[in-house]
Design a protein around this ligand. Structure first.
Ligand code: HEC
Ligand code: HEC
Length: 250
């Protein structure tokens, strides 16, 4: 029985795809720029202590492995990065975990954040570069903030903590973990709603309703005031009377 099962197991083992080897992937895809010892070269920075958030962001968005050193990969929304298959990304992450340790970890972000608060945070912290609806924009001097149309919620949270290139780093002091949930949820909301103005401002809340009442009062005052003004001026009425009289005479 065993004599029969053993060769079968060996064959099955040889046929099953072996998990990708992180060290080998690093040598093939990364070492030329980041150096075999990961301290970096003239073509790429050191990876020591950059944090898992950075490693995951650069790999998952297809920014790494870069095709050319120091080329701005995010330019014009079209990513030149090849992007590795997910299993290879995970193998590289496992292999590089001790190297990148010390930097920001991958944020644990929750998708159902507070959208109204998220929108306020977005307009304060992100809109000036990424645009009102996250459509991206020109930063001048050939710099470009990419559109947020296709990023996942995890990548939004990572970008906030990593601050790639010209994007500032937002640490937990500027944006707490709860803030991260709210603003990242709002970015994902923008992707589906196609427009920044969404229901919560129309439907409920004391502030918008108060604002509507306030506007109604202003309109009423303006209306009354306008008609009162048109009706009263004595001079105009006198003019009209005189004109009438003149016509009768003439
Ligand atoms: C052709 C050269 C090149 C190759 C190949 C390359 N990189 Fe990079 N890498 C760079 C350059 C240049 C930067 C800095 C530019 C930037 O931040 O966009 C960078 C930045 C990074 C960063 C961000 C570092 C930080 O300070 O946060 C990580 C992480 C990274 N690379 C990982 C990798 C991994 C993993 C691979 C292999 C799968 C790889 N890179 C392949 C050139 C390269
Ligand atoms: C000063 C301008 C600036 C501000 C402010 C800014 N960003 Fe960015 N952001 C950038 C630039 C530039 C990049 C591209 C960097 C790169 O490719 O390495 C970027 C990249 C990103 C990406 C990656 C998109 C992708 O998939 O390619 C996300 C997500 C992101 N930003 C979200 C945010 C959020 C959320 C905020 C507010 C909390 C924010 N950014 C604030 C300039 C900015």
């Amino acid at each position: 029985m065993l004599a029969l099962a053993l060769p079968l197991l060996l064959v099955a083992g040889a046929l099953a795809p072996s998990p990708p080897d992180g060290a080998a992937l690093y040598t093939t895809h990364c070492a030329s720029c980041h150096a075999p010892q990961k301290w970096g070269t003239g073509d790429g920075p050191s990876l020591r202590g950059v944090g898992m958030a950075s490693l995951d962001f650069y790999l998952m968005t297809g920014r790494m492995p870069a095709a050319e050193p120091w080329i701005e990969i995010a330019h014009r929304d079209e990513r030149a990065g090849q992007g590795l298959p997910l299993d290879e990304i995970r193998a590289l992450e496992t292999y590089l975990a001790p190297t990148v340790a010390g930097g920001p970890p991958i944020p644990q972000v929750i998708a159902n954040g507070d959208l109204v608060h998220g929108r306020a945070l977005f307009s304060q912290n992100c809109q000036q570069c990424h645009g009102l609806a996250g459509e991206g924009g020109d930063l001048g001097l050939l710099d470009w903030a990419p559109s947020l149309e296709r990023t996942s919620i995890a990548q939004v949270a990572e970008a906030i903590r990593v601050g790639p290139e010209q994007m500032p780093i937002f640490g937990p002091r500027q944006l707490s973990d709860a803030d991260l949930d709210d603003v990242a949820s709002y970015v994902v909301h923008l992707q589906t709603s196609q427009q920044p103005d969404f229901a919560p401002f129309r439907s409920s809340g004391p502030v918008p309703e108060g604002a509507v009442a306030y506007l109604a009062i202003i309109a009423l005052v303006a209306f009354v005031f306008t008609f009162w003004r048109v009706d009263t001026p004595a001079i105009r009425r006198e003019e009209a009377v005189r004109r009438d009289e003149g016509e009768k005479r003439g």
